[in-house]
Write a protein that binds this ligand. Structure first.
Ligand SMILES: C[S@@+](CC[C@H](N)C(=O)[O-])C[C@H]1O[C@@H](n2cnc3c(N)ncnc32)[C@H](O)[C@@H]1O
Length: 245
């Protein structure tokens, strides 16, 4: 679903600055997402299946770090029968401008709304579902536990949290090979070795992945009693966490 300009941001010969979600990124973001996140559509479909199972009609679902609403548009199409209210939150104005434009383009203004917010201050009591896809990795590591506990506190009993992340392995050899596989994937999607290396450099201090076990431990400590992975591909994983009824 993308006619976004091609992502050539890291086709440069200078040392890039730390990655930020600014206007230049927003312009090419949909193409970046499409070529950088393995099995993105499958993850959204599996996520929609879980929301369908655990949510009740009329529930409100928050998408934290909704970016340009690519996944929200898919969710609202796949879960149309469920009559859910979707609210996308992001702290990037340009991302939300594009999200609103896309919602309008696909005539989804009635089921989707957006708000400019810092998700670490999330305060929406009674949420039925919270989606946190490829965004926890950008929250400062020292803030993550308190942030997940805050999300647990805001969910209604029986509510569901879905998280997708880049992950690391503590086995150094496997970690190296998983990353190499991912870079091979990006090459197969048309990125050059130079672009891959420059992007990696720009993300180094900004995107800090944890292991599957570390993410699960944080979710348990936050109060979630049912925690499982529902997708895994080398250094990418998705987690479902249920708040007890
Ligand atoms: C990789 S993108 C997320 C992609 C999106 N969830 C999806 O699946 O299509 C990360 C997004 O999180 C947003 N973000 C990062 N930190 C944030 C914060 N503290 N509060 C709100 N949004 C944040 C960025 O602006 C960006 O749009």
């Amino acid at each position: 679903m993308t006619d976004s300009p091609k992502d050539t941001l890291f086709n440069v010969d200078y040392v890039p600055e730390d990655f930020v979600f600014n206007e230049r990124v927003v312009e090419v973001f949909d193409d970046m997402l499409d070529r950088s996140i393995p099995f993105y559509q499958e993850v959204i479909k599996a996520s929609a299946q879980l929301l369908d199972t655990f949510l009740t009609p009329g529930d409100t679902v928050y998408d934290l770090g909704c970016a340009t609403a690519t996944s929200l548009l898919l969710f609202s199409r796949l879960l149309d029968h469920k009559k859910l209210h979707f609210i996308g939150l992001d702290n990037s104005g340009p991302m939300l401008d594009k999200a609103r434009l896309k919602a309008e383009l696909y005539s989804k203004q009635d089921s989707l709304s957006f708000a400019l917010e810092d998700i670490t201050a999330f305060d929406h009591q009674g949420a039925g579902g919270i989606i946190l896809h490829y965004t926890l990795q950008f929250i400062r590591p020292l803030q993550r536990q308190a942030f997940l506990t805050r999300l647990f506190d805001n969910l209604r009993p029986g509510g569901v949290l879905l998280i997708s992340e880049k992950v690391i392995s503590h086995d150094r050899r496997l970690n190296r090979e998983y990353i190499a596989n991912y870079h091979q994937y990006k090459k197969s999607r048309g990125y050059s070795e130079l672009e891959i290396a420059k992007k990696r450099e720009a993300l180094e201090n900004v995107l800090i992945p944890f292991s599957v076990e570390e993410n699960q431990a944080m979710l348990g400590k936050a109060g979630f009693t049912s925690v499982e992975t529902y997708f895994r591909w080398f250094n990418f994983a998705s987690f479902v966490a249920l708040k007890p009824v």
